[in-house]
Ligand binder design. Structure first.
Ligand code: HAM
Length: 423
């Protein structure tokens, strides 16, 4: 039997993981300084949570969830996104009683059974960020600028920000009616899902991935003409606040998101170099969701950064320094091995990146290994060195060798490395 990962699932190996570390640590640093707290959530939830929040008619719920019954017959799903569960955790843990504004983020894998392609996986990873309790527009603008700032800190170039307002329940009603009328003329050309959705949830047709449906909705009426005065003022205020951060943005009335819970502001950040799946972050306001799931009525907004896609762009655009050992320890013989191992432990305790030969080999082979790993210094301890009580410290670049008393080896190496780092 051939052992391999499931289609759409993949291993992230050592060549790629430094990019993930840079992204995660840049994001965490910025998020903390902007007042967000990390929470860790389970990967499994009751299926009904996602049905009720993301929407029964969405592609995610109808086609893409990994759902199953557990041993007790409960309907569970691997999380396809994190917002629904942040809201579940907010309600369950009564976070509304702790503070009036809750600012949280969570990082981890999500699961959607989509057709795998460049930038689209069945297990992918998100940095999900949410503010609960603020009706905006400051929260909206802050989150959009925050998403941009995280991507900027990872030195991503060629990004474009698209924003839109989907209005509130009040302006959405007449818009849906208009859409129903428009779509009823084109029903025959829509996929079977959209033929149903054209009546039950016409906004979802605008987001359908089937090519023929995409063609049919190219000239649909726009939500912009249906926004009520409050939603218009809200969107204008958000746009003005974003402008203050000098971030260029495009107002895109056709920006439709694949989840039902959105109200008012929505946005996406796209990386043009990625091809078809080019959204690296997306989010929006969801003022009704918490009340809808049985919690207190609280406005909220959030976004998620797609880490896999960001890393894809970073690999094209950003050079990350490889971590190399500063010191390599080469030894010959059993007695030398014990001393070499003690030096290894001492240097590690001092925070110096150091490697040692695992299986004893010739000195030539050990020096070759030190070179391959890019060590700055190699400490050499063979029989002659033991007998003379003097080890050799070799500068791997200049190839100059120094004889050093055994008891001074680690302190001297530490000092030399620190001097080099000072420049
Ligand atoms: P979303 O637009 O479905 O929003 O996903 C956010 C980001 O996750 C996308 O822009 C993309 O970068 C990444 N992503 C989504 N699906 C895949 C996939 N199959 N493979 C690779 N990357 C993918 C949400 O998930 C919302 N929960 C965001 C949000 C938070 N809205 C409010 N709060």
């Amino acid at each position: 039997m051939e052992l391999k990962a499931i289609k759409g699932f993949r291993d992230i190996l050592q060549e790629e993981s430094p990019y993930w570390q840079v992204l995660e640590s840049a994001a965490t640093k910025i998020l903390r300084s902007w007042g967000f707290h990390e929470i860790k959530l389970p990967i499994l939830e009751e299926t009904s949570l996602f049905k009720r929040s993301i929407g029964e008619e969405t592609d995610i719920v109808t086609k893409e969830m990994y759902s199953f019954k557990d041993q007790k017959g409960r309907d569970l799903s691997l999380r396809p996104e994190a917002t629904a569960q942040v809201v579940r955790a907010y309600i369950q843990n009564r976070l509304d009683l702790k503070e009036s504004i809750t600012k949280v983020f969570t990082i981890g894998p999500m699961f959607r059974h989509e057709r795998p392609q460049k930038g689209r996986f069945r297990q992918f990873h998100q940095i999900d960020v949410e503010i609960i309790g603020d009706p905006g527009p400051i929260g909206d603008a802050e989150l959009i600028i925050l998403a941009w700032s995280i991507l900027d800190a990872c030195e991503l170039k060629g990004l474009s920000l698209y924003i839109n307002s989907l209005g509130c329940a009040q302006c959405r009603g007449p818009y849906k009616e208009e859409l129903r009328g428009f779509l009823s003329q084109r029903l025959g050309a829509l996929c079977s899902d959209c033929q149903r959705r054209a009546n039950t949830n016409p906004l979802r047709v605008l987001d359908c991935k089937v090519e023929t449906c995409k063609d049919q909705v190219k000239d649909t009426p726009l939500i912009t003409g249906f926004l009520c005065d409050e939603c218009k003022a809200h969107f204008k205020a958000v746009s003005e606040l974003i402008s203050r951060a000098s971030i260029p943005f495009i107002e895109d009335p056709r920006l439709m998101r694949g989840l039902d819970y959105y109200t008012r502001t929505t946005f996406e950040i796209k990386a043009e170099s990625l091809g078809a799946q080019n959204a690296v972050a997306g989010g929006g306001r969801y003022d009704q969701l918490i009340g809808h799931l049985g919690g207190p009525e609280r406005p909220a907004m959030g976004f998620a950064i797609g880490m896999d896609r960001v890393v894809e762009v970073m690999k094209e655009q950003v050079e990350i320094q490889k971590s190399t050992p500063k010191v390599y320890i080469a030894y010959l013989g059993e007695q030398a091995r014990g001393i070499a191992f003690s030096w290894l432990l001492q240097l590690r305790k001092s925070g110096i990146p150091v490697e040692i030969t695992y299986q004893e080999a010739s000195l030539k082979a050990q020096l070759r290994n030190a070179n391959r790993l890019g060590a700055t210094y190699t400490i050499i301890l063979g029989e002659d060195e033991l007998n003379s009580d003097l080890a050799i410290i070799r500068d791997m670049e200049s190839k100059v060798q120094h004889k050093v008393e055994l008891k001074r080896v680690t302190s001297l190496v530490c000092q030399w490395i620190k001097n080099r780092e000072k420049g």
